[in-house]
Design a protein around this ligand. Sequence first.
Ligand SMILES: [Fe+2]
Length: 172
Amino acid sequence: MNALNDQYDTALLSRLGSASRATADDYLKAAHLTLDALAARPGLLDGIALKRNPGGYARNLVYGDDDISVWAMVWDVGARTSIHDHHCSCCFAVLKGTVGESRFAAIDARRAVLKSTATRGPGYVACMLPTGPNLHQMANLGAEEAISLHIYGFDHRQHANSIDREYELAAL
Ligand SMILES: [Fe+2]
C-alpha cells in the first residue's frame, strides 16, 4: 500500500474504522466529517506516487484496516465507471477537477434507468449506505485530470472492490 503517512490523517481514519461499528447514521455522519477534514488538507496526497490509467481511472489504496479501506481515484479525462451498486457503504470527496455522478434506479437485476445527473467539484462529499440510493456511475466530465478520495466499508484484504452488481442502461 502506498499509504497516507501523516499521523493526523491516519488517526482520523483509524477512529472512523471503529465508528463503522456504530449505527449506520452515526457512521455516515462520521465519514462525512472525516472526508470534509481530509479534503480540506491541501497536501493530503503529497508524497504518494499515484497510479494513473490513461483513458480510464486508477485506484490507489491509501489506508486500510479491518473495517474500512480508503482509495484515491485518479480519473483521466473521459474516464467513467460502469453503472454499479455497492456491497458496502460508499463515501467520497472530490479533491481536484470535476467528477460527474449519475444516479440510477434498478428496474431488474441487471438494468437501470437514469434518475439524476450532477457535477461535483472540489470539496463535495457524499455518503451512501448499501441499502440507500447508491446505484450510480461516476465519470470525469472535465477537461483535466480529476482526483477523488473514497472511503468504503470493506476490508481490502477481503474484497477486491466495493461493487456488488453492474447494470446496463435500460432502453425505454
Ligand atoms: Fe461507486
